[in-house]
Design a protein around this ligand. Structure first.
Ligand SMILES: Nc1nc2c(ncn2[C@@H]2O[C@H](COP(=O)(O)OP(=O)(O)OP(=O)(O)O)[C@@H](O)[C@H]2O)c(=O)[nH]1
Ligand SMILES: [Mg+2]
Length: 350
């Protein structure tokens, strides 16, 4: 299925029904009074986070949503029926913005959370409410008020604990296929991965976390080069980033790990400064295939000179991966333990 993580939609809540100004006309009632009932309220538009959904695809095809209006009031004191609310279902992790002001209206982080995005109009009062001692037969009735109308921008930001970063072809998808049951396509050409993929990593002792594989980044991504930086929003909520570099020359790409690492961090910085300062673990992949521009020891030393631990791994054979996953765990667990008020385990860089 197509993965859509952004949509602009127009929503219009229902108008309130008008109040009625009917008069009582019955043969055996000598002087009829006002008998116009109230209009019903218009239906509102709500947005709810549905864990069954994984994309905003539905909103690509249908962009206009309108809730029912309230029915008008009628004679014989009859009130108009309320308009039904319209509930739009979106994936968990969807952020709702008012597209005109840019203001964030809601961040639907947990399943079942709901939010009213457009309020229905209020039904007008019928003339039965306007009878006074000095006016026994008022013709006055109120009109219903219009329902709210808004243009909304929906943005899905996946909820993953760990986000994978790196140039195309470094082996991000191979990595996620090895550590989880996710099976994204793996191939020796750049931009094989076109949409983010999530996988659940299971460690011993009932510890698990979610990892996100996103399309590869290249220099100029912030300006739209390659697939651009549009998928970076999916790692915004991650607790830690796994930055993968490689130097094997297996795909014919002349990679320079430290330079690549800096380039991608510059793109992160340009996209969102907060993202560049997120903790990163750095892995040198394709250890089984050897290195091209420098030896593994030289690369490890070059990163160490910058205060960065480079973790040599092979997504193909699994070498180095169990230890790396254990390194990730404290970062993943930290946020959770903070919430529970438990002291976090020590980190790699402490
Ligand atoms: N020898 C070796 N090859 C690997 C390893 N990991 C990945 N590859 C190969 O590298 C190529 C690219 O792997 P992918 O997993 O598709 O790379 P990616 O980073 O997801 O690439 P994009 O989706 O294009 O960004 C494929 O031909 C893989 O088989 C590894 O550890 N060793
Ligand atoms: Mg890939």
């Amino acid at each position: 299925m197509q993965f859509i993580d952004e949509a602009i939609i127009q929503v219009r809540a229902g108008d309130g029904g008008d109040g009625s100004s009917a008069m009582r006309r019955e043969d055996n009632v000598p002087r009829g009074g006002p008998s116009g009932g109230d209009g019903g309220d218009g239906g509102s538009i709500l947005i709810v986070a549905d864990p069954q959904l994984g994309t905003l695809l539905d909103f690509k095809y249908k962009r206009h949503y309108k809730a029912d209006g309230g029915e008008p009031g009628r004679n014989k004191d009859q009130y108009g029926k309320r308009g039904d609310d319209l509930t739009l279902r979106v994936p968990v992790g969807t952020v709702v913005y008012d597209d005109e002001s840019g203001a964030e209206l809601a961040d639907l982080l947990t399943a079942g959370t709901q939010f009213t995005v457009a309020r229905g109009g209020v039904g007008g009062r019928g003339n039965i409410h306007f009878k006074t001692p000095w006016n026994q037969a008022p013709r006055t009735a109120e009109a219903g008020t219009p329902g709210e109308e808004r243009r909304l921008r929906l943005e899905l930001k996946l909820l993953a604990d760990v986000g994978l970063l790196g140039y195309p072809n470094v082996g991000k998808s191979t990595f996620i296929s090895r550590v989880s049951r996710a099976r994204p396509k793996v191939a020796d050409y750049p931009f094989t991965t076109l949409v983010p993929n999530l996988g659940v990593v299971q460690l011993s002792g009932e510890r698990d976390f979610v990892i996100a594989d996103i399309p590869g980044l290249i220099e100029g991504a912030a300006d739209g080069a390659g697939l651009g930086h549009q998928f970076l929003r999916h790692v915004e909520r991650c607790r830690v980033l796994l930055h993968i570099v490689e130097d094997s020359f297996t795909t014919g790409d002349e990679r320079e790990p430290l330079k690549d690492f800096d380039t991608i961090n510059r793109e992160l910085e340009r996209y969102a400064p907060g993202l560049a300062s997120k903790p990163q673990l750095v892995a040198l992949n394709k250890l089984d295939a050897g290195t091209h521009s420098a030896s593994v020891e030289e690369l490890v030393a070059a990163f160490a000179a910058r205060g960065i631990t480079l973790h040599p791994i092979s997504a193909a054979t699994g070498e180095g991966i169990p230890a790396l996953l254990e390194k990730m765990w404290p970062y993943v667990a930290t946020g959770r333990n903070d919430a529970a008020g438990i002291a976090p385990p020590p980190r790699d860089d402490d």
